[in-house]
Design a protein around this ligand. Structure first.
Ligand code: KG4
Ligand code: ZN
Length: 350
């Protein structure tokens, strides 16, 4: 509907330069430029390389998004930008650009939380989110369980990883198996050929003694070490490493823990909607297992399509649109790039 807010969103927190445009809950454009290939040989995102790539990609990505949506900057009601959390230098490029555009076009600006934006993006595909909901965000930089009472005013963190993020574990295990970067999609593909029951890898923070203090927290670094030890033992014995079986068994350990804790969080809070977002939400086994386990407890699972799960500008625009619709005050023009922005802040207060 034409009277719904037209919001442009800019995302530069990691290695994707994204500019998205939405009207209300409708996605009009989602332009993306990725520097992922430039990081591949390092086996992980190099912050300086990411910042420079954002700088080069931002203006062309902006122009593509406006052309795709068939609007001009003058038509836009507000500009939203990821203020944090993320890589400081990378965030700074997006925030500085958003300020420039907001100032030049005299538009209100909203500095938004990247994690809340991962939750908001689902509305573009599945409509308004039934609240309260539980959101599980799993990506290369974060793994969190959140209680979403009202996305525009605040989100309650229930738990998070105490060491590696889920996507980071996929990337590190892929690296030790010599599979390339980013590891998640490759392991996902390799796992299709393997037997997920062939090797039983540890499930972090699921023992009764751990659950007392870390019921909704995750740990993946012990799993990564266990995979490394297992592979080393094979190599020492001069035996071939069954890469597909290791991939499938590792993936099963991650997905088992993620889905068990997410369902537990829903049940503990009497909630019937589980939303999964972040790059790892693209994992095929995670989607199947979450669906099966949720169905057993009458819980609905919402997962955006893979291109909306990974970082993009549409998610930032989607959250901006929610904030405008809810009448939340815009941020000030001196809003910061905050690499450790807390989840309790959905947007930077005006
Ligand atoms: O959300 P995202 O694009 O960026 C961050 O904020 O980190 O997530 C990227 C992460 C990477 O670690 C990548 O390996 C992982 O998501 N990933 C996957 C899959 N696709 C991407 N992990 C498991 N299975 C996948 N299919
Ligand atoms: Zn992300």
């Amino acid at each position: 509907m034409a009277d719904e807010p037209l919001v442009l969103g800019i995302e530069t927190s990691c290695d994707e330069t994204g500019v998205g445009i939405v009207r209300g809950h409708t996605l009009l454009a989602d332009a993306l430029a990725s520097s992922v290939d430039q990081h591949a040989r390092f086996g992980g995102v190099v912050p300086e390389v990411a910042s420079r790539a954002h700088l080069e990609a931002l203006v062309p990505t902006m122009q593509r998004a406006l052309a795709e949506a068939k609007v001009t900057l003058a038509d836009v009601d507000a500009i939203a930008v990821t203020s944090g959390p993320g890589l400081a230098g990378a965030l700074l490029v997006g925030v500085a650009a958003a300020k420039g555009y907001a100032l030049a076009a005299e538009k209100p600006i909203y500095g938004v939380n990247h994690l809340a934006a991962h939750v908001a993006v689902d509305t573009l595909e599945h409509g308004p989110l039934p609240e309260p909901a539980i959101a599980m965000l799993v990506s290369g930089g974060h793994s969190s369980l959140l209680l979403v009472d009202d996305l525009t005013s605040g989100v309650t963190p229930l738990g998070a990883t105490i060491d590696d993020a889920a996507g980071e574990a996929f990337d590190k295990v892929a690296r030790l198996l010599g599979l390339g970067f980013p590891g998640g999609p490759i392991i996902d593909r390799m796992a299709e050929e393997g037997d997920r029951r062939s090797i039983v890898f540890p499930r972090g923070l699921t023992a009764p003694k751990d659950l007392a203090a870390h019921r909704f927290d995750f740990s993946f670094s012990g799993l990564k070490t266990a995979v490394a030890r297992w592979v080393e033992a094979r190599e020492r014995a001069g035996e071939p490493v069954p890469v597909a079986d290791v991939s499938a068994s590792f993936q099963e350990a991650v997905c088992d823990v993620l889905t068990a804790k997410a369902i537990d969080a829903c049940r503990a809070n009497g909630i019937r909607t589980l939303l999964i977002g972040g790059g790892v939400a693209a994992n095929s086994r995670l989607r199947v297992l979450a669906g099966e386990r949720a169905a057993e407890h009458g819980i609905e699972v919402r997962v955006p399509r893979p291109s909306l799960c990974t970082d993009n500008g549409a998610m930032v625009a989607a959250l901006g649109s929610r904030l405008v619709a809810a009448g939340v005050a815009p941020s000030r023009l001196d809003l910061p790039a905050d690499s450790s922005m807390p989840l309790t802040a959905v947007s930077v207060a005006g």
